[in-house]
Design a binder for this molecule. Structure first.
Ligand code: DOR
Length: 428
């Protein structure tokens, strides 16, 4: 007898290309059985009737910053996981720019032990170099033994191309991708926002789009040379997207992700001087935003990620140019994606869900296979038409640094089930 049953008229199982009615029977943390029928009157276990809402395999956010160890005042693994659950995610992948940096087996094991108390699954991404200093490789093999799913220097680029080559060759041995934050530090030169009309008029120090483009080009060259999987983090410029498109057409193992802020916001907003808009890579021009949307549509961009980056008010309530990069995103990603991409008639529901389920899962070799067979009991129920307002007081994240506070969105995760347990639920 199943412990938990979810039934509805609109299952979208992106792993098995199924769209239609369905009932999922969960026992413990596994899916016991899936039937292609809507059965609201099933007895004997807790039954969640999703009606017309979307039932999806649990969403995965492959790019978040959890701040533990080191900045537990901003986020912990447990609070970040709570925010993830409220945002509809049943798994997150945490970036290594913590203090200490995730560059040894010990730090990986520490995070995985803390993650046992978390509401959702936490997968760990190790740093490419020790301390993210770009001088020596991290203990990549040891970290892989402890369970990392990728390596990344996120927060910055590995500026030494030979070091990046070595990192990619190591990663290839373990069949894990390198996730590249692409920004040439010399070209960025301490800038805070996109270099262009707005930065000039407002007197803000700019980061030119070529800072991203040259590293995307370089890393594609290294990936081709080393035959290593390369995943481009938070892609944001028209030219970078063209480079990834060409790499894919050539058959290289190159994938990419985009954030909701890079398909929802332009640098015209900088005149508000809201420091929550300071993010890396910076929010860019209308032409870039359109290119991100086209890239999502034509498959150049495989994944949608939050790049959840909590910061304390002490850090963000400062003079514009002094604020650190980053905004929280776990609790607004589904809403912004449905509002701007689905209701904006850019992508279908199944297309956006693929970018938050099967695609990140395949890139990182996560153990998901949707609702067929003996899968993980991770399920997200989404009401695509629920209209809601982003409210600061409702964030479960410890940090509140979002430029989307006050935005009216359409589409929300209303129930999140991880390992067969309901970890978030509102009126269904
Ligand atoms: O805006 C950002 N914030 N971009 C990054 O790459 C790092 C992140 C952070 O850790 O705050």
């Amino acid at each position: 007898m199943a412990d938990l049953i979810v039934t509805g008229k609109r299952v979208i199982d992106t792993f098995n290309d199924y769209e239609g009615p369905g009932t999922i029977y969960m026992t413990g943390d596994r899916i016991e059985k899936f039937e292609k029928e809507y059965k609201p009157d099933t007895n004997g276990a807790r039954v969640i009737d999703a009606g017309n809402k979307i039932i999806s395999p649990g969403l995965v956010d492959m790019h978040v910053h959890l701040r533990e160890p080191g900045r537990e005042d901003e986020e912990t693994i447990v609070t970040g996981a709570d925010a993830a659950a409220a945002g509809g995610f049943t798994a997150v992948c945490c970036m290594p720019n913590t203090t200490p940096v995730i560059d040894t087996q010990e730090v990986v094991r520490f995070i995985l032990s803390r993650a046992k108390e978390a509401a959702v699954r936490v997968f760990v991404i190790g740093a490419v170099t020790r301390g993210q200093e770009g001088k020596r490789l991290s203990e990549i093999g040891d970290m892989w033994d402890a369970g990392i799913v990728a390596i990344s220097e996120d927060g910055k680029s590995v500026m030494n191309a030979e070091m990046m080559r070595n990192g990619m060759e190591y990663a290839r041995m373990f069949h894990i991708p390198v996730i590249s934050h692409c920004e040439d530090a010399n070209l960025a030169n301490g800038g805070k926002v996109n270099e262009g009309y707005n930065s000039t008029v407002l007197g803000m120090k700019g980061i030119p789009s070529i800072a991203e483009d040259v590293i995307v080009a370089r890393d594609i060259f290294i990936s081709r040379f080393t035959h290593s999987p390369l995943h481009i983090a938070h892609i944001s410029t028209e030219a970078s997207i063209k480079l990834v498109k060409e790499a894919k057409e050539e058959g290289l193992d190159v994938t990419a992700e985009a954030t909701p802020h890079h398909f929802s916001l332009t640098d015209d907003l900088l005149k508000t001087f809201d420091t929550n808009l300071i993010v890396n890579p910076p929010i860019r021009t209308t032409a870039d935003v359109e290119a991100v949307k086209r890239g999502l549509k034509d498959g150049t961009i495989d994944c949608i990620v939050s790049d959840h980056a909590p910061h304390s008010p002490e850090e963000k309530d400062v003079e514009f140019n002094a604020a650190p990069f980053g905004m929280i995103g776990l609790e607004t990603t589904v809403g912004l994606t449905f509002t701007n991409l689905v209701h904006g008639n850019i992508l279908s529901e199944a297309e956006v869900l693929r970018k938050m389920t099967v695609n990140p899962s395949r890139i990182l070799n996560l153990p998901y296979n949707g609702f067929a067979g003996d899968g993980l009991a991770d399920v997200t129920i989404i009401n695509p038409d629920l209209e809601w307002t982003v409210e600061k007081k409702k964030f479960r994240s410890k940090s509140k640094n979002s430029p989307f506070i006050g935005y009216k969105l359409k589409g929300k995760a209303v129930c999140t089930i991880c390992k067969g347990e309901v970890v978030y639920e509102e009126d269904i």
